[in-house]
Design a protein around this ligand. Structure first.
Ligand SMILES: NC(=O)C1=CN([C@@H]2O[C@H](COP(=O)(O)OP(=O)(O)OC[C@H]3O[C@@H](n4cnc5c(N)ncnc54)[C@H](O)[C@@H]3O)[C@@H](O)[C@H]2O)C=CC1
Ligand SMILES: O=C(O)C(=O)CO
Length: 382
């Protein structure tokens, strides 16, 4: 039996009913829905049962979260309530069974682009923090253990001239690579199923700039295999989607081929790393360091991880800048609104800026619907 849920409601007499399963930052997303005749309701963390109760008998669209299991049960409930629109407030949608959504004709939205730089910045921060042992040093200082400067105190790794490895050089992976190459003059090695042409051009141009200024040019290489990246890189950041091909991509065997003093960062999804194997590897290799934003059994950590000084752990905050989180809420709301209104799908989900400019009305389109093709939804000509 679902427990009764207390709900905040805006525009109670709106024609369409849109529910958000969690409070989202900012008010623009609410205003955009209200202006178009929607009644908006929001709640906080919900179980599948709670979400079914929230959907009720009539619901036109739902804005959901990556913590929720959107599969057959929820899509059939939404469909029974007359809903044909769902959006994750996230770019990753491994929590969504898109085939089940297709079965019920429900459009599935996500929020690409608006979180690219914010997420890459956190990955870069974790890389530097792990390489330079910033969290350990902070704890040491606060514990009153600092007696004075010492040549060996918290000695870490220099990034300049070392190699940064990126696995999954899509939007976020490429943005991270640019930060590390340009910011720290690191050489790049990357692995992706596709060639990252723009990234390669960026590094080539930056290398020419450095050479022209009498500095050592940076280099890039597209690796033929993921193992090549793991063997050669000093700092490795994981940015693929989570699917069957990337589950436990980093496992015991692959950890063993990495450099003993490497830094590994994960801002993608927890299950991309076998976390039990990682804990063991960290114990055996105290100079190996990790920066983790995501965990295999979120919100929990595997036993032992929290005790390890060579691990930095943060609670899935990679996209947590104010601008980005408000933008994610806006994109998610507009995905749902667009489907309700029968708008076409925006033609390029990598170019969502027009939806984020608060000074102009957003385009009459859904910014990003991942199953648009499967549902035969029309594409915007804008
Ligand atoms: N920690 C956090 O708060 C956040 C996590 N994410 C995660 O980051 C992921 C990536 O986001 P974007 O860069 O926007 O997506 P994207 O689609 O632009 O990039 C993903 C890349 O992974 C590559 N890829 C897929 N399978 C692969 C494989 N087996 N081996 C190597 N590469 C593979 C794809 O070809 C693509 O280039 C999301 O799916 C999400 O799970 C995204 C935002 C914030
Ligand atoms: O967007 C995502 O995929 C996240 O993990 C949260 O920003």
């Amino acid at each position: 039996m679902a427990k009764p849920v207390s709900i905040e409601v805006w525009n109670p007499h709106g024609k369409y009913r849109v529910v958000s399963t969690k409070p989202m930052p900012g008010t623009r997303w609410i205003n955009l829905l209200i202006e178009q005749g929607c009644r908006v309701e929001k709640k906080t963390i919900l179980s599948v049962e709670d979400i079914i109760a929230l959907i009720g008998d009539k619901c036109d669209g739902v804005i959901g979260q990556l913590t929720e299991d959107w599969g057959e049960t929820l899509f059939s409930a939404l469909s029974r309530a007359g809903g044909k629109a769902f959006s994750n407030m996230a770019v990753g949608y491994n929590n969504v069974d898109v085939n089940a959504a297709n079965k019920y004709g429900v459009a599935v939205g996500n929020t690409p682009g608006v979180l690219t730089e914010t997420t890459a910045e956190l990955a870069a921060s974790l890389s530097v923090s792990a390489a330079r042992r910033i969290v350990e040093a902070d704890e040491f200082m606060r514990a009153g253990l600092y007696d004075g400067w010492l040549p060996n105190l918290f000695v870490g790794n220099l990034l300049k001239g070392q190699t940064v490895g990126v696995i999954g050089a899509g939007r976020i992976g490429s943005a991270y690579a640019r930060m590390m190459v340009e910011g720290f003059k690191m050489n790049l090695i990357y692995y992706d199923l596709y060639q990252a042409t723009r990234l390669e051009k960026f590094v080539t141009a930056y290398a020419e700039f450095l050479k022209a200024n009498g500095e050592q040019p940076v280099t890039w290489k597209r690796a033929a295999s993921m193992d090549e990246v793991l063997r050669e890189a000093d700092v490795i950041s994981l940015h693929p989607i989570l699917d069957k091909t990337t589950y436990h991509l980093v496992n015991k065997e692959r950890l063993a081929i990495m450099k003993k003093e490497a830094v590994l960062v994960n801002c993608s999804r927890g299950p991309v790393i076998d976390e039990v194997a990682l804990v063991e590897h960290l114990k055996q290799n105290p100079m190996f360091r990790v920066g983790l934003d995501v965990f295999e059994d979120e919100p929990y950590m595997k036993p032992g991880l929290a005790d390890l000084k060579n691990a930095i752990v943060v609670p899935h905050i990679a996209s947590a800048s104010k601008w980005t989180r408000e933008g994610m809420a806006t994109l998610a709301a507009l995905n749902v609104l667009g489907k309700i209104k029968g708008y076409p799908i925006w033609s390029d989900p990598n170019r969502v800026e027009p939806f984020l400019n608060e000074n102009i009305p957003p385009p009459a389109a859904s910014p990003s619907i991942v199953n648009a093709k499967a549902l035969g939804l029309p594409v915007s000509r804008l």
